[in-house]
Design a binder for this molecule. Sequence first.
Ligand code: ATR
Length: 287
Amino acid sequence: MIDGHTQLVGLIGWPVEHTLSPTMHNAAFDALGLNYRYLPLPVEPGRVEAAMRGLPALGFRGANVTVPHKQAVMPHLEEITDSAQAIGAVNTIVVQDGRLVGHNTDGHGFLATLRKPGFKPAGKRALVLGAGGAARAVVYALAQANCTVAIHNRTVQRAAKLAHDMQDMDLCAPVTWTPINTQITDLNLDQFDLLVNTTPVGMWPHTDNAPWPKNLSFPSHWIVFDLVYNPPETRLLRHARELGARTIGGLGMLVRQGARAFEMWTGEKAPVEIMRSTCEQTLKDKI
Ligand code: ATR
């Protein structure tokens, strides 16, 4: 029930109609009996500053931030954590005594999901496909966890820029990128332990696409992690599973980054399994 004590959080993005986050967070609030509501907050590009000023003015406890505003919100926050600064994007805002504090929970969500099946990233080697915003969070989290990273991206300059940014931080395991004209088929795949797809290739409705050559094998000791969560098993993951690799879909990361934000706003332990099953059911209902 919404009443005079209801605490508000929401998702700032454009558009926000297709997001799972309101359903996921509201199910979590209900499960713990918390008087909170999570709202979709569509914010047109150009109105980000006004939206930021509105959060404390309207008494919001915080917000998530999604595409295309993860960078645009940053100049309007009073404080940004080191990891969000290093990633260069904010996906969670907490309102503390009227001040806006920006966090990034994507890296945490990624690592927590990767570690769940017992994988230990320290000392391992990862091949990351893509060099956009999602890749920045993944590469930072892996390098921080002492996992060596090679970035392969359609636009080589972007991969090089991401690797340089990480090298400049001087806090990580080595981060490199594959040189221009290098195809995935040119790489010595046995040198890697982990493949992470951060590109949107294979996402619904283009489920026949994959960011991996059709006839190329996966070493069977690999873990293959696809950040795409719709469909739950992408073509990349199906291919990897059929060749004996262990696979992880993107839903776990969505849930874990959300759980971390939930805990920051409420101070309560997030009901992760309820959040996950709510997302799974919502995705099933959509298909
Ligand atoms: P996000 O914030 O979700 O990571 P993004 O910043 O737009 O989104 O980055 C998308 C990434 O997927 C980029 O690395 C992009 O490659 P480019 O840097 O060359 O644009 C990659 N990507 C998107 N569509 C792709 C496609 N069809 N094939 C290969 N890579 C693709």
